[in-house]
Design a protein around this ligand. Structure first.
Ligand code: PEP
Length: 262
């Protein structure tokens, strides 16, 4: 069994409705009922959190509930936003911050992402912190600089003691929802660089324990090879998390990869 327990997230994005989301959650729960050796979390849209929580609870599932975003202020005049206490109230354990669609489409900057990550961790919540370069940045050979900037700024003032609650998701923007997956070797190389950076920012112990997962067109048929890489500790799954059988296969591949690692 690997020293780092694999983590797989299913990011449903702005998909599903109450009925299809419930069916999907039931299918995932049933498909993973007897599985251990992996942490699994599904991230439904905000309006369905309570419905999905009820399904997870009723079935006594170990599958966790996640939120796709949050606002860092505890309450007040922030129309349209959702606070950390609200998420906790709905039974949310993990929250995505810095997803590339928030960065690219909504325009979130590193500084705001840092505020969200810090507020969540300080409130005792778990964070899936996403980073990744665009196609232009990769073509210019800037992927290392870009990911390092996102990690350094996004994790600023987060102490080592809170890093236990944080999972880093490396998600190259050019691979998200495009069907173009990073090669296992390219993904491994970026994960290795991020882990080295965490060692420099914190220490070797934090770096060896932090889970770094890959996201970007992970599918049932390419998951095992990606997750077998030494520094890839699971995945953040978009499109394939909307298909019950595919998501279950991907989670099982992560558990299997974890068992095979030293
Ligand atoms: C994602 O939403 O984080 C993601 C990786 O999407 P996809 O798997 O569809 O590329």
């Amino acid at each position: 069994m690997a020293t780092r327990k694999p983590f797989v997230g299913g990011n449903w994005k702005m998909n599903t409705n109450r009925s299809t989301g419930s069916d999907l959650a039931r299918g995932v729960v049933d498909g993973l009922m007897t599985l251990d050796g992996v942490d699994t979390c599904i991230f439904p849209p905000f309006p369905y959190l309570l419905t999905i929580r009820a399904i997870l609870r009723d079935r006594g599932s170990a599958v966790r509930l996640g939120a796709q975003d949050v606002f860092h202020q505890p309450d007040g005049a922030f129309t349209g936003e959702v606070s950390i206490p609200m998420l906790k109230d709905c039974g949310v354990q993990h929250t995505l911050v810095g997803h590339s669609e928030r960065r690219q489409v909504i325009g979130e900057k590193d500084e705001l992402i840092n505020k969200k990550a810090r507020a969540l961790l300080e409130a005792g919540c778990d964070v899936v912190f996403c980073v990744g370069e665009t196609l232009e940045e990769r073509q210019a050979g800037h992927q290392e600089i870009v990911n390092a900037r996102q990690v350094r700024t996004g994790l600023a003032e987060i102490p080592a003691s809170l890093m236990e609650r944080l999972v880093i998701a490396y998600e190259p923007v050019w691979a998200i929802g495009t069907g173009k997956t990073a090669t296992p070797q390219d993904a491994q190389e970026m994960h290795r660089q991020i882990r080295e950076l965490i060692a420099r920012m914190y220490n070797a112990d934090v770096a060896s324990r932090v889970r770094i997962i890959y996201g970007g067109s992970v599918k049932a048929d390419n998951a095992a090879e990606l997750f077998a890489q030494p520094d890839i500790d699971g995945g953040l799954i978009g499109g394939a998390s909307l298909k019950t059988a595919d998501f279950v296969t991907i989670v099982k591949a992560a558990a299997e990869a974890g068992r095979a690692k030293p």
